[in-house]
Design a protein around this ligand. Structure first.
Ligand code: HEM
Length: 233
């Protein structure tokens, strides 16, 4: 039986990974490219109804899609690293970079976007029921929104390196230490901007539009790719 083997187990993990990954990133793009621009121009009662009845459903699939993508991805890495030679070719380097970007995105979903969206949803439920509005709801929405835009940016290099791992031979960096320090530093700056940046200002400014967000994503993919080339032995 083809599936009852270690190859079969790995394949099942990959299959779960793809299914969960498209669920997660599909909804991420729906939120950023469709829902946010729609909310910006629609009437308040329509927005309130959607926040109460549509957004919670979308966020359920979104956060569990993220969880299953994350878990299956790391299980694949654990399994493959046991086979040895993980960082011998570019596979390990590319998948690790893609996996770290994906892990940062997963953390943003569970620890930034979801907690902030809960405040926004509760506020819509309360105001619709005639209870007082939560003054912190607007800021929570803006913070969650910036983290969501940040994840859209990160998704572009994330998928580049995830796909490159098996399908593009990249140079193996001559110094792992320097490579990872710089790679992590870039992620750190982006994350500080997501957590502390003022939406619409400074580094967060391009993320105020879909166009700016996409540009930032492609530039970031290029920056990481150039870093691989610069570290060529
Ligand atoms: C959350 C952290 C993530 C980790 C740790 C991770 C890990 C991995 C690993 C280890 C593989 C290699 C599978 C193999 O060896 O064949 C892989 C492949 C892949 N991942 Fe992820 N992943 C993550 C997030 C994502 C996300 C969000 C997506 C979005 C759809 C995604 C899409 C893919 C795709 C399409 C492949 C297949 C590439 C190929 O054909 O070789 N991953 N991932």
């Amino acid at each position: 039986m083809a599936l009852a083997s270690s190859e079969g187990w790995l394949f099942l993990l990959r299959w779960i990974h793809f299914l969960a990954g498209i669920t997660w990133i599909g909804l991420l793009y729906y939120f950023n490219f469709v829902q946010t621009p729609f909310f910006a121009e629609t009437e308040a009662p329509v927005r309130s109804g959607a926040i109460q009845k549509l957004v919670p459903r979308a966020l359920w699939w979104f956060r569990w899609g993220a969880m299953f993508t994350f878990l299956s991805g790391w299980l694949i890495i654990i399994q493959r690293s046991h086979q040895g030679g993980f960082f011998a070719g570019s596979y390990g380097w590319a998948i690790f970079l893609g996996g770290l970007l994906g892990t940062l995105m997963w953390a943003n979903v569970w620890f930034v976007i979801w907690p902030n969206q809960k405040v926004v949803i509760q506020n819509a439920v309360d105001t619709a029921a005639g209870r007082p509005a939560n003054p912190a709801a607007a800021a929570a929405g803006a913070r969650g929104g910036l983290a969501s835009r940040t994840n859209t940016v990160l998704s572009v290099p994330m998928l580049f390196f995830m796909g490159a791992a098996s399908h593009l031979t990249l140079p193996v960096p001559r110094s792992g230490l320097i490579f990872w320090i710089v790679a992590l530093l870039v992620m750190f700056v982006i994350e500080v901007n997501a957590l502390k940046g003022t939406p619409g200002q400074g580094l967060a400014k391009p993320l105020a539009t879909v166009k700016g967000t996409l540009w930032a994503g492609f530039i970031l993919a290029l920056v990481y790719y150039a870093w691989f080339e610069a570290m060529r032995a």
